[in-house]
Design a protein around this ligand. Structure first.
Ligand code: SF4
Length: 192
């Protein structure tokens, strides 16, 4: 992680990295996030998967490659100082019979607000998946409707890029033809 450039951020990241609020996590607490004080794009996903947990690199898997493709971001930009990455659950929640478990509910209420306060330059927040959309938009609107557009221009909602959603992508071809180019264009304008 890039070294924090001010003491409050450094202290906060140290507190996050020492968090043990979920002592029963099957692989133990290991918060994985990227926060740079000058970031202009914020990505809020679900929770780290096993590979991300093991490597400590957010979105370091097939879903991440697909997300970077959608956003039109090379890895060096995605992991650079202009992009902050804060999942709904900062630690790998483990897996169940239907794949990875949902993010731990206590995590976002505990850490999101203080982390977001360290990001004064964010121009656009990408909410990836239903957990992030429901929490941050405080609504129960179906995900497909939110992906078509939100009422709040500060947010873009994307489906989770997991291969488990391939059937959704096949049923909604407008996502690739309309939404992806639009979000790429917005991000290119913001990040230059
Ligand atoms: S998931 Fe969040 S609240 Fe739970 S231990 Fe990890 S950082 Fe703490």
């Amino acid at each position: 992680m890039t070294k924090p450039n001010n003491p409050p951020l450094e202290a906060l990241l140290a507190a996050v990295s020492g968090c043990t609020a979920c002592r029963d996590l099957p692989h133990g607490p290991r918060p994985i996030l990227r926060v740079h004080g000058q970031a202009r794009l914020l990505i809020i996903g679900q929770a780290p998967g096993l590979r991300v947990h093991e490597t400590k690199i957010p979105w370091n898997d097939r879903s991440g490659a697909r997300l970077r493709h959608w956003l039109g971001l090379a890895a060096e930009v995605f992991y650079g100082p202009q992009v902050a990455i804060i999942p709904m659950g900062l630690c790998y929640p483990g897996s169940g019979p239907r794949g990875d478990l949902p993010p731990r509910r206590q995590c976002a209420p505990l850490w999101f607000a203080p982390l977001r306060a360290q990001l004064p330059a964010i121009e656009l927040t990408i909410l990836v998946g239903l957990h992030a959309a429901r929490y941050h938009l405080a609504c129960h609107t179906p995900l497909t409707t939110l992906v078509r557009g939100t009422k709040d221009p500060r947010y873009v909602v994307l489906p989770h890029p997991s291969g488990r959603n391939n059937a959704w992508f096949a049923r909604h071809p407008w996502f690739d033809t309309d939404c992806v180019p639009a979000v790429r264009q917005r991000i290119a304008r913001i990040l230059g």
